[in-house]
Design a protein around this ligand. Structure first.
Ligand SMILES: [Zn+2]
Length: 262
């Protein structure tokens, strides 16, 4: 590199670093990316009310991909039964165009999710979790839903549409109800994502999932295998073991890791 070029690089760096330090000095760390965390990284923020007294579920769906109202009603009911939110839990729908073609990776879900988030997941005293309903399928095409960080999940409705049972049981609506509660269950840290349960209910072949087929956290719920539930009803609620874990996390009797708050 010539001496002349070298100076140009130094000048640019000096300019960049001075403007960076100026912004950081005035506005804190706005220029640094916010930590996205791992699924379960905001479970205490949901389970407790000492900081976040209300909660918003942001539903970002593409045109024609708005979820059944039974799915979001059920999710609200399930969250209200485990999270302490004295000022309430509400659902906010936004129609968006993700501008994505081809299959989705976990990183795609993270990137598009954060582009569309209305505010930070921790917005004053409001905790905001986000559910994307994009068109298209996940790269592993049997996957119905994914949880990709502490505040972001996605459900793949095109795949869910094909996951109903051969005789319409469970129905597409049943499957969507269950998968939505299941993915948000991962944001609550289930099963053993950010703690170690004293109860042996994690499926040894499917880490992060329940071994109880009556729990919504049962491993088969997020895969196209759900059609196997034809002879029973598809679970859409947490079981006693899941609830015991969440109660232990809430009251501090169960040790927790990887939290973005507190
Ligand atoms: Zn799962």
């Amino acid at each position: 590199m010539s001496r002349r070029k070298g100076w140009a690089v130094v000048m640019v760096l000096a300019f960049l670093s001075s403007s960076l330090s100026g912004c950081l000095g005035e506005d804190g760390f706005d220029l640094l990316p916010e930590k996205k965390g791992v699924p379960g990284g905001l479970t205490l923020a949901c389970l407790r009310s000492s900081m976040y007294t209300s909660m918003v579920i942001e539903i970002d769906h593409e045109p024609g991909y708005r979820p059944f109202s039974s799915s979001t009603d059920l999710l609200e009911e399930r969250l209200e039964s485990v999270c302490d939110k004295p000022s309430g839990i509400s659902v906010q729908f936004t129609e968006v165009d993700f501008g994505h073609t081809g299959s989705w990776s976990a990183q795609d879900v993270r990137d598009k999710g954060w582009e569309e988030k209305e505010t930070s997941p921790r917005d004053g005293t409001t905790l905001r979790w986000q559910v994307l309903f994009p068109s298209g399928a996940y790269e592993e095409d049997s996957v119905l839903g994914v949880a990709v960080d502490a505040s972001t999940v996605a459900l793949f409705s095109d795949t869910i549409d094909d996951a109903d049972g051969p005789f319409g049981r469970p129905s597409v609506e049943d499957v969507e109800n269950s998968v939505l509660v299941h993915e948000v269950g991962h944001l609550l840290g289930l099963v053993n994502l950010v703690y170690q349960s004293p109860i042996d209910h994690e499926d040894s072949d499917h880490p992060g999932h329940s071994n109880n087929e009556d729990s919504v956290m049962y491993w088969a719920v997020e895969s196209a295998d759900v059609s196997n539930f034809i002879f029973g009803s598809l679970p859409n609620d947490f079981d006693d073991d899941d609830r015991s874990d969440l109660a232990g996390l809430a009251d501090g009797s169960l040790a927790v890791r990887d939290q973005l708050w507190p």
